[in-house]
Design a protein around this ligand. Structure first.
Ligand code: NAP
Length: 360
């Protein structure tokens, strides 16, 4: 697959450094948050959200009354919404004028529909990865945010972590010379039942949409978007990919090899190799606490990192700071990167014969 995107020509700039030593510290006026869905990641992210000095836990919404109320009680939300009287709990939250910004934590296949409703209701949006199922959906959301002057960001939390920022800083400092290749893997044998979102085609199941964005983050951080991608993958009887392997090719000869799997585990590390040395992340690569840097000339060293909260606070700080400053997109996770990522994943899916109902 050849990717003819403008981004392939642009060397990847270093990620912006996290704002403050303490990411929980306020950067402006409080924002009133609404959390959409009450599953596993909603709970983990809300733990960090509750600690932000300038966040107000305004409302949570769920399809179910019991879940909405239990979640509100656990974290101290003022209001809980659930499906009632023919109106979804999610839409009832979007109708609440006391909510400024929503965090969307439904399965991928619902991201587009739910985020669109939020934007059409005038809410700023932080939406989980994979941002959407395809690039068409992503482009539509971006157009909507732009037209309504609202903040919109993919919740790709790794990009905001101090360890990842430091790795990108080293890579772009020239210490490793010219980057020649990247290898990265992420996987686990998923014992979730066949009805779990990871295995459910209707939820956008499969390794590609759930996992590949993380190994890909390392290729993009080191080399930018590629000129071409070649993909291999295994599809199960429900036609979702149980694992995949991507080779990204760059003008000048560099390449990246990325593996994601729902049926086996690996070291879960990224290695970035340049003409003057290499860097390897600790495991797991989407939240490394350690970087090993091995220059060809000189001593190998290990840099270690503390994590604030559960690690989601950094993306929450960025969302908060951007909205407080009137920005509609984050310079660290810009719309172009989200859109180009979805285009790349669409291209991979074409090669694998992997289609979802959202593509119709
Ligand atoms: N950033 C990260 O570290 C990270 C980690 C894990 C997952 N994620 C992403 O977050 C999203 C949610 O993942 P999760 O692990 O939290 O999933 P989950 O535990 O299954 O929760 C998803 C929630 O979405 C709501 N939902 C709405 N429509 C649904 C449908 N048709 N089927 C199932 N649930 C539906 C449900 O909440 P209600 O019943 O309350 O409405 C459900 O509890 C995914 O896009 C995933 O990729 C991100």
């Amino acid at each position: 697959m050849n990717l003819h995107t403008p981004a392939q020509q642009i060397p990847r700039p270093p990620c912006a450094a996290p704002d403050a030593a303490d990411p929980f510290a306020a950067t402006g006026e409080p924002l009133r948050w609404g959390v959409v869905a009450t599953g596993r990641i909603a709970s983990n992210v809300t733990e960090d959200l509750a600690g932000l000095e300038d966040s107000v836990l305004q409302a949570v919404s769920s399809r179910s009354q019991d879940s909405a109320r239990a979640f509100a009680e656990k974290f101290g939300f003022s209001t809980s919404y659930y499906d009632d009287d023919g109106v979804t709990g999610y839409q009832r939250l979007f109708n609440d004028p006391e909510v400024d910004v929503v965090y969307i934590a439904t399965p991928h296949a619902q991201h587009h529909e739910v985020a669109r409703a939020a934007l059409e209701s005038g809410k700023h949006v932080l939406c989980e990865k994979a941002f959407t199922v395809n690039a068409r959906e992503a482009a539509e959301l971006i157009d909507l945010a732009r037209a309504n002057n609202l903040f919109l960001m993919e919740a790709l939390w790794s990009r905001f972590l101090p360890s990842v920022n430091r790795a990108w800083e080293i890579i772009h400092s020239g210490e490793l010379g010219e980057i020649q290749w990247v290898q990265a893997d992420l996987g686990f044998p998923s014992d979730h039942g066949s009805t779990h979102r990871l295995w459910d085609p209707a939820a956008g199941g499969g390794a590609l949409l759930d996992l590949t964005v993380y190994p890909l983050t390392w290729a993009l951080g080191a080399l930018g978007f590629p000129a071409a991608v070649t993909a291999a993958g295994a599809l199960n009887d429900d036609n979702i990919d149980t694992q995949n392997a991507l080779t990204l090719s760059y003008e000048g000869g560099a390449h990246a090899q990325l593996t994601s799997s729902l049926v086996s585990s690996g070291p879960g590390q990224a290695t970035v190799s340049g003409s003057a040395g290499w860097l390897r992340t600790g495991s797991v690569l989407h939240n490394p606490r350690e970087l090993t840097i091995h220059p060809h000339q000189g001593e190998q060293r290990v840099e270690t990192f503390e994590q604030a909260g559960r690690g989601y606070v950094y993306e929450l700080r960025e969302t908060t700071r951007c909205i407080q400053q009137g920005l509609t997109e984050s310079p660290t996770m810009p719309w172009a990167d989200t859109l180009n990522t979805m285009r790349l994943l669409d291209g991979v899916r074409n090669q694998l014969g992997l289609r979802y109902a959202n593509d119709a």
